[in-house]
Design a protein. Sequence first.
Length: 148
Amino acid sequence: MEKTDQVEILIVEDNPDDAEMALRALKKNKLANNILVVDDGEKALDFIFARGDYKERSSKNRPKIILLDLKLPKVSGLEVLKELKANKKTRIIPVIVLTSSKEESDIVESYELGVNSYIVKPVDFDKFVDSVNDLGLYWLLLNQQPSV
C-alpha cells in the first residue's frame, strides 16, 4: 500500500486517462508531491475517514485539496461532497469539482453542498495543464488553511 498519511492532493477520478492527465499536469508544474488517485467515491470516503483499505492511516492527516469528479461508480461525487461537508472534521478541506458536466443542476447542487470551486474539464491538454496549474498554485501555495 502507498504511503497515505502525507497525501496533499486527493484526486477522485474514475477515468484513467483523465487521472493521468491531471497527474501529468501537476508534475509538469512541480505540484505532484504526495498525490493519491482513487477511482470511485467509496474509496475516496474510505480514505478520508480512514476506513476499509485505509483503516491503518490516521484520519487526522487530511489532504490539502480534493479534486473530485462527479460521475463516479459506487458513490457519486455529489454524495462524497455531501458527506465531506456534513462532517465537522472534514468540511474545511477544499474540494474542487473537476468534471465534464456542464449541467446547471450539477453546478447548483455542488455549490449548495459546499464545493469550493467547480471547473469543467477542458478537452485540450494544454488548457487542462493550465487549469490544473492555476488550481495547484492557488490552493496549495496561496490559500491559507487552518491547521485544525
